[in-house]
Write a protein that binds this ligand. Structure first.
Ligand code: ADP
Ligand code: MG
Length: 716
């Protein structure tokens, strides 16, 4: 530990500085992506046009196009130094997977030629059984395919020794089931598009443009010096500290949030942003977060599918670049007990190139009416599917965060802001009220005053907040792929829009003059049925928990309570109805997430035992021996020695030993059951930690083996 401190203090930047004067951000943006503008330059006009039809209007890919695109893509990649290509895919682990193939093929005369066919671009065949499939694929039926996702740009990943062409793909089994996170995102976008069009059509916008869901994810993370990271088996293997007493100073001074960014960290951020820029990821925001050592990065929003792929790249680049600056980037939801954890706020909306953002209140009453239908559909969706939304953010890591007084509670609710809440409050009673400051709500929507963009205050405690022109889902964990939450949001809102469209179509029955009356009636119905999900107060408070219970809202505090919602009949029906996930695909996800939860707890239990036995216990008894020796020696010389400290250490050593024994017993069966993991194993781990953390406060500093919170959080 002492040498880790010395090494951290002696950090010397070795990463070569960025040429920021000669290569400005505009010139590097997208230089490593096979972007639309590159395609436009390199593809024959007809091919480019056909491809754009697929990318922008969701039309079927013309197979003859693929060969031409492949060849252009290969030439472009080779000019960028690429020797290999890989179909990148997104397995259910939430990570990113890739299998690399060389472009080179032997020519038969002893030479080689770079080749890349349309078929190779469109389809790959990795082993489908080596990733979690929740029973869909067995080892003996391994066939899986990766299929080119035309809508997400391919890119070049650089390494000092070569570069690779990366092609985002969907990953499906030989039997056609989705084995990945991307496929359902694409399917759910299609479902949302179809239903959104029915609504806009009712309002007279009969357009063809694809209505896409959009996402802008804010990523929180911690940075620690790599010397501490490697001296911490828990951080290295579990991504979070399983031991560690609170630092004398934590985040209570609120002096880190938005504070000046330390130089080394700023250098790191500049490089992260530059790398992401080169990959076409539109990074926008950076700042310090609440906890010491915690930061945030956020891009400008993109369509859900591209945003999801880019989010994975953001995590990858954060981790990669951190190493260059002698640091590790932690994306675990709760790396340090007692300090704020990290989340990923997923800003979500929907819109099209022709209609713009459909959750923008707009300036005219007409737009407002359509906006209110979309907004009410979201409220209804969250109310109807609280369980599902909670389930898609459930993980062992996020359990440490949701519900602690720093992150949204495990109870789903919708924050609307005062103006919008007031509008819906009036709609509840039929919209006849006349007391709105700017006009009345008679036939509600028709005469509704224009809503200001910032129609309300900000509320940091709400898990699902309306923030002016989008909703922000804040319960997502920092280590998550945003795919799951987006699939859930797209699908539940598609269902709600379907419900609204069906009602309105029937009520209007071709007579447009009936639209506003029907909208008013529908909004009133929805708000009366689902309005209990709206909450504008403090989500951290005790009172809210009590009130939410009386409102009958779900409060699934832990993963074992939350995940079973995935298997609820209405959720199965929802996903099959909109062809997002078949029953079997949904089950496979449930099984995978249960397994991941149990595996995480098992690994943490093993680590806790190992660290406690081989690092903490030895340090404790060494100190105990020193104290005992001092005591014996002094007594032999006739001195008195107060044995208070020795008594305390002895008591804690026993507490540590006993708790290790209990944990060994609790985890003896290998941690296979979710509920037992949660209710027995985790508390047993915590008792080992408690004993250890008390020892940390008393054992001689030079004997303590693990880098302390103070060192990890404040040496930068
Ligand atoms: P804050 O910290 O104030 O919540 P940030 O600026 O850090 O906000 O992040 C807001 C995110 O919301 C950005 O990624 C932004 O691009 C995104 N966003 C804005 N408009 C939309 C939209 N229509 N759909 C999805 N995301 C959006
Ligand atoms: Mg935010």
């Amino acid at each position: 530990r002492q040498s880790a401190i010395a090494a951290a203090l002696g950090f010397n930047q070795s990463a070569p500085p960025i040429e920021f004067m000669t290569k400005t951000p505009e010139t590097v943006f997208g230089e490593n992506t096979f972007s639309k503008s590159v395609m436009k330059k390199r593809l024959p006009k007809a091919i480019y046009k056909s491809l754009m039809q697929t990318i922008e209007a969701g039309e079927k890919l013309d197979p003859t196009v693929a060969d031409v695109v492949a060849s252009a893509m290969k030439d472009w990649a080779i000019e960028k130094g690429a020797t290999h290509y890989t179909h990148v895919f997104y397995p259910l682990t939430g990570g990113t997977a890739e299998k690399h193939d060389s472009f080179m093929a032997p020519t038969g005369d002893g030479g080689t030629l770079a080749e890349f066919s349309g078929k190779e671009l469109c389809q790959g065949e990795p082993d489908g059984s080596s990733f979690p499939t929740g029973g869909i694929r067995q080892t003996h039926e391994a066939r899986g395919y990766t299929i080119w996702d035309v809508t997400s740009p391919s890119y070049i990943l650089e390494n000092p020794n070569g570069t690779t062409l990366c092609i985002p793909t969907a990953f499906v089994s030989w039997t056609g089931e989705a084995l990945d996170k991307k496929t359902p995102v694409l399917r759910s976008m299609k479902a949302l598009d179809a239903q959104a069009h029915r609504i806009t059509k009712l309002f007279g916008h009969d357009t063809k443009a694809f209505v896409a869901s959009t996402a802008g994810p804010e990523q929180e993370y911690f940075l620690v010096d790599k010397n501490f990271y490697y001296a911490r088996p828990d951080l290295l293997t579990a991504g979070r500290t399983l031991f560690g007493a609170a630092a004398p100073k934590g985040q209570e001074f609120d002096d880190h949030y938005f504070g000046a960014i330390p130089d080394r960290v700023l250098s790191f951020m500049f490089e992260v942003e530059r790398e992401l820029f080169r990959l076409g990821v539109p990074i926008k925001t950076r700042h310090n977060e609440v906890a010491p050592g915690q930061y945030e990065v956020a891009p400008i929003f993109e369509t859900a599918n591209v945003a999801t792929d880019h989010q994975q790249l953001i995590m990858l680049v954060l981790k990669k670049v951190a190493k260059k600056y002698g640091m590790e980037c932690l994306t675990h939801e709760k790396p340090f007990a007692g300090l704020n954890g990290s989340g990923k706020h997923v800003n979500w909306s929907l819109g099209s190139s022709e209609l713009g953002n459909l959750l923008d209140p707009g300036d005219t009453p007409h737009e407002n009416a359509q906006f209110l239908v979309f907004c009410a559909a979201v409220i209804r969706a969250v109310y109807k599917h609280q369980g599902l939304l909670r389930a898609v953010v459930a993980s062992a890591g996020n359990d440490h965060r949701l519900g602690a007084n720093e992150a949204p509670p495990a109870i789903l609710s919708v924050f609307l802001g005062s103006q919008l809440a007031d509008v819906f409050e009036q709609i509840k009673t039929g919209g006849a009220s006349s007391s709105m400051p700017r006009g009345t709500l008679e036939v509600g929507v028709d005469t509704l005053p224009p809503l200001a963009k910032d129609a309300g205050d900000r509320n940091r405690t709400s898990p699902f907040a309306f923030t002016g022109n989008r909703f922000e889902f804040r319960a997502v964990g920092s280590n998550f792929s945003i795919a799951g939450p987006l699939v859930a949001m797209n699908t539940i809102v598609a269902e709600s829009l379907d419900y609204c469209a069906t009602k309105l179509e029937a009520a209007v029955a071709g007579d447009a003059s009936k639209l506003h009356g029907s909208v008013q009636k529908l909004l009133t119905e929805i708000i009366n049925e689902c309005g209990s999900i709206i909450f504008n107060g403090n989500g951290y408070s005790e009172e809210w928990h009590a009130e939410a219970a009386t409102r009958g809202l779900l409060n699934n505090k832990t993963t074992p309570e939350a995940l079973p919602a995935l298997m609820a009949p209405e959720v199965k029906e929802l996903f099959s109805k909109y062809q997002v996930l078949s029953e079997r695909e949904l089950e496979s996800r449930y099984e995978t997430y249960v397994e991941q939860y149990c595996m995480t707890v098992r690994v943490e239990a093993n680590l806790t035992k190992k660290i406690a036995r081989t690092m903490i216990f030895p340090a404790a008894i060494r100190y105990q021996r020193e104290l005992a020796a001092t005591c014996t020696n002094l007594q032999a010389l006739g001195y008195e020695f107060d044995t208070k400290t020795l008594d305390k250490v002895t008591g804690l050593v026993k507490e540590l030993q006993d708790s290790i024994t209990d944990l060994a017993e609790a985890s003896a069966d290998g941690c296979e059951e979710m509920v037992k993991c949660c209710e027995v194993v985790l508390p047993a781990m915590l008792r080992v930690r408690e004993a250890s953390d008390k020892l940390e406060a008393i054992v001689a500093d030079d004997l303590w083996p693990l880098p302390t919170y103070q060192e990890m959080l404040f040496i930068k």
